[in-house]
Design a protein around this ligand. Structure first.
Ligand SMILES: O=C(O)C[C@@H](Cc1ccccc1)[C@H](O)SCc1ccccc1
Ligand code: NI
Length: 182
């Protein structure tokens, strides 16, 4: 299983690389790895397992965060509508809203062992084209928190860290078109 020792921390070059597209249809190995990444997220959100394996809780994980130069990520979000799991290859944001949102509490990262305060402006709505675990093309429309998670993960695949979006002079400053989203 994936544990924290498998997670690459900031400073590693792979976190600053634009990762390579995965060949579609995906190999058995790539599918296996992506499912392991999803399992990490589920384990990290299961108190007994998180405690047993000392896992930091995560709702998203990109392949380069476990040292793989592959354009794929997993996300596992539980909200009032239930569990939403995503295992996607070669994701691409094909359109987005003008309005932006941000998390009141800012963002964190499994690859960043420190708190970096500040608002991270994200598109409120995104349309994403990707390939699912079977290699079929999917188009997903996301808004709110899931959209934030996807943007955080797709940033990873493009070598971007969440703090790259924080205004260095005033971390709590926002572009004027940003709506409040806590
Ligand atoms: O490092 C990662 O990519 C996982 C990130 C994903 C993320 C961070 C901020 C905003 C959206 C997504 C974090 O580990 S997720 C941390 C977390 C865990 C449970 C609930 C909320 C956030
Ligand atoms: Ni991250």
């Amino acid at each position: 299983i994936i544990t924290m020792k498998d997670i690459v921390r900031e400073g590693a070059q792979i976190l600053r690389k634009v990762t390579d597209e995965v060949v579609i249809p995906p190999s058995e190995e790539d599918k296996e790895t992506l499912l392991c990444m999803l399992q990490y997220l589920k384990n990290s959100q299961t108190p007994e397992l998180a405690a047993k394996y000392k896992l930091r809780s995560g709702v998203g994980l990109s392949a380069n965060q476990i040292g793989l130069d592959k354009r794929m990520f997993a996300a596992y979000i539980v909200d009032d509508k239930g569990e939403h799991e995503y295992t996607l290859f070669n994701p691409k944001i094909i359109s987005h809203s003008l309005t932006m949102i941000y998390l009141q509490q800012g963002e964190g990262c499994l690859s960043v062992d420190r708190a970096v305060p500040g608002y991270v402006p994200r598109y409120e709505r995104i349309k994403v084209k990707a390939y699912d675990i079977t290699g079929d093309e999917v188009v997903l429309k996301l808004s709110g928190y899931p959209a934030i998670v996807f943007q955080h993960e797709i940033d990873h695949l493009n070598g971007i860290m969440f703090y790259d979006h924080i205004n260095p002079n005033n971390p709590l400053q926002l572009p004027e078109n940003v709506d409040i989203k806590s």
